[in-house]
Design a protein around this ligand. Structure first.
Ligand code: PXL
Length: 278
């Protein structure tokens, strides 16, 4: 038998709630076969303070080659890429890969403020990677950064940002409004229509890896043959359940609970479709 196959090109988060670990757990929940190419390892060394250990291009090349040759890829996502060199390599690889479903999560800063993208990598992200995307999934700080400091304070601002980001080349833009007040509203834009996705706000500090998990859920949906809007709507339900049942572990910002959607079957998400105003 065969099942959908999804690849994550991202960092390893040793704590298990974000990065590659969150992606693979999410793929599993969708019954999609997950593969991974590790770009860097994230874990703070208590003696040296070093928190990010980038992987070599050679090691990245070997992983991507093995996966493409031996497994196959129905959809891929990128997460933390960290250096300009890695971004340029990954962009070139994606372009020649023939993979049609490409989710680019422009990861820049972790929940606890760790810089997950070097400063000189921003231009490569904007010019080389984003144009290759089926969908990009920035949060508000990332959208603002990509749009030269645009301020985002309302759902209307999310729509303007989505429109401007689409000019950079992706087919779909999902701007996540989790940092607004009120309900958790995200805006998906396809060049003609806005899909406004609204879920209840859940008060918790335990949202480590929420962005990774959300984009992994979209990738899994695409690997199973869903359309982009259908994949995003189910992913929104998945991440809402994962945040509602997020976990308090030993210390710090806890992870979302990847099993929650299948375990508790919650589906609260209101979708409104609006045609773009001229
Ligand atoms: O959630 C952003 C993120 C992405 N990738 C890796 C991370 C984190 C945050 O902890 O560690 C590897």
């Amino acid at each position: 038998m065969t099942i959908g196959r999804a690849l994550t090109i991202a960092g390893s988060a040793a704590r298990g709630g974000a990065g590659i670990q969150a992606d693979l757990k999410t793929f599993q929940e969708f019954d999609v076969f997950g593969t991974s190419a590790v770009t860097a390892i994230v874990a703070r060394n208590p003696n040296t303070g070093q928190a990010i250990f980038p992987n070599s291009i050679d090691a990245l090349e070997a992983q991507l080659h093995t996966i493409a040759t031996d497994v196959g890829i129905d959809a891929l996502k990128t997460g933390m890429l960290f250096t300009k060199e890695i971004i340029c390599y990954v962009a070139k690889w994606i372009e020649q890969s023939g993979v049609e479903n490409r989710v680019i999560d422009p990861v820049m800063i972790g929940k606890i403020g760790t810089a997950l993208l070097e400063e000189d990598a921003m231009e490569a992200m904007r010019n080389d990677l984003l144009p290759l995307a089926t969908i990009i999934t920035p949060n508000m700080p990332e959208a603002s950064y990509l749009l030269d400091g645009m301020e985002l304070n309302s759902v209307e601002d999310l729509k303007v940002a989505a429109k401007r980001l689409r000019v950079l080349g992706p087919q779909y833009v999902l701007v996540k409004g989790g940092r607004l007040e009120g309900p958790a509203v995200d805006v998906l834009y396809d060049g003609t229509q806005f899909y406004v996705l609204e879920a209840p706000r859940i008060e918790t500090i335990n949202t480590n890896g929420a962005g990774c998990t959300y984009s992994a859920a979209i990738t899994a949906g695409l690997a199973k043959g869903k359309t982009v809007p259908d994949a995003v709507i189910e992913a929104k339900k998945f991440i809402t359940a994962a945040i509602r049942h997020s976990l308090t572990l030993k210390q710090g910002v806890g992870p979302t609970y990847h099993a929650a959607y299948n375990k508790y079957g919650e589906t609260d998400c209101i979708v409104t479709i609006e045609n773009e105003k001229e």
